[in-house]
Write a new protein. Structure first.
Length: 246
């Protein structure tokens, strides 16, 4: 009897219970481990992306504070095309030649560009939200299955002693724990990243109003706006021939 207790302890530790889980519970645990790992990967990727976007946006806004005209603003946007603000101004510049240009029209264009930036910044957020909401129920499914196995063993063994039910109950509780391990960081990470995305979009919206007013106050003529595609320095095809004939 003295030698049986250590063996039982080894069999009932969490790692042994997890590795010895029944087929369905083991699949549930593997899914939850993958989901928990995915949460941290997504959180890391989103933090890096938002840090890069905010850095580029702040650099563009600091440079935009020193420009005085619409052409200078568009030229600056071409230099900061990797920033959200630069991309918004480039979309506004496409309407700079439009007749009857107004700040309302430019703000409508800016809102569409801002929506595109929000979609860009919100990549993988639905996945994080799905993990946060679904993993507790996946863990609960593993728990129910483990408890069901415990009752089946009670019926087969004709006994409700601890050695009979403890392994099944243990793996059921581990499934619940893994569901929470995946769901809690996913919920915290989603709220944290979503708040940072909201702050970035609010800053971009406020700045876009000023950019739209600047472009509306200085409407571009047929040739006043800075082209979005760099012009080639190569002379026209017929120029060399004409020069030779001259």
């Amino acid at each position: 009897m003295m030698l049986a207790a250590p063996a039982a302890d080894v069999q009932l530790n969490p790692i042994s219970l997890m590795l010895g889980s029944s087929g369905v519970v083991l699949v549930v645990l593997l899914l939850l481990i993958v989901a928990a790992t995915g949460v941290w990967v997504i959180w890391l990727l989103k933090s890096m992306q938002l840090r890069r976007l905010r850095s580029a946006q702040h650099a563009f806004e600091r440079a935009a504070e020193r420009v005085n005209g619409s052409s200078d603003l568009i030229s600056l946007a071409l230099q900061h095309r990797e920033s959200p603000g630069g991309r918004v101004v480039m979309e506004l510049a496409k309407r700079h030649h439009a007749p009857n240009l107004s700040s309302d029209l430019l703000m409508a264009v800016a809102k569409r560009a801002i929506a595109s930036e929000q979609q860009r910044a919100s990549t993988l957020m639905p996945t994080l939200s799905s993990i946060a909401s679904a993993t507790p129920f996946i863990g609960l499914f593993g728990t129910v299955w483990g408890i069901m196995n415990a009752f089946i063993k009670i019926g087969v063994e004709k006994s409700a002693s601890l050695p009979v039910v403890a392994p099944a109950i243990g793996e059921a509780l581990i499934a619940t724990a893994f569901g929470l391990i995946a769901a809690i960081p996913a919920t915290i990470g989603f709220n944290y990243v979503d708040k940072r995305i909201g702050d970035l979009i609010e800053e971009l919206t406020a700045s876009s109003e000023a950019w739209a007013e600047m472009l509306a106050a200085d409407p571009g003529g047929p040739t006043s706006a800075v082209p979005l595609v760099k012009e080639s320095n190569r002379p026209p095809a017929g120029a060399g021939v004409a020069h030779a004939r001259g």
